[in-house]
Write a protein that binds this ligand. Structure first.
Ligand code: ZN
Length: 153
């Protein structure tokens, strides 16, 4: 938890036109900047369904970590959990020592909303048609190249 407050230098959280809250640049962020960690409690993926039922998590802010573990930004998380998905994102998530960090993929201007590609299901066996993917996990990010779904195709 120690690095969380100092990591907020570049960003602020406010209402987003895309979905709910979003994370916005408070100042210009150069390409390649490590903006902050995607913080949260490390949880066993095999426990998540039960934890959803018992109200410990809504699963909304769960980030994949490896085959067995995920990070739940709802528990012990920071502002990174409010970053919205885009099919044409200005950020990416890179992992170092089993810890995800949000990096600027390009120069981000003051006031721009941060986004990254959630790529849901990229390590899961999601058996669905393109139509089902768009129905179950719809994307309305507005990008020219929008896939129409949060799932990785
Ligand atoms: Zn999209």
């Amino acid at each position: 938890m120690n690095s969380i407050t100092t990591d907020r230098h570049f960003t602020l959280v406010k209402d987003s036109l895309v979905h709910g809250k979003g994370v916005f640049a408070k100042q210009k962020i150069p390409k390649g900047t490590r903006i902050f960690e995607y913080a949260g409690e490390r949880v066993l993926k095999s426990n998540l369904a039960q934890e959803l039922v018992s109200g410990l998590t809504s699963l909304v802010y769960v980030m994949n970590l490896n085959e067995t573990m995920a990070i739940d930004g709802e528990r012990g998380g920071n502002d990174a959990r409010f970053i919205n998905h885009s099919c044409d994102p200005n950020c990416e998530v890179l992992y170092f020592n089993q810890t995800p960090y949000v990096y600027a993929l390009q120069e981000i201007l003051e006031g721009d909303e941060l986004s990254f590609d959630y790529k849901y299901g990229s390590d899961a066996d999601v058996e669905a048609t393109a139509e089902q993917k768009r129905e179950w996990f719809p994307c309305n990010c507005g990008a020219k190249n929008c896939r129409g779904t949060l799932l990785e195709n």
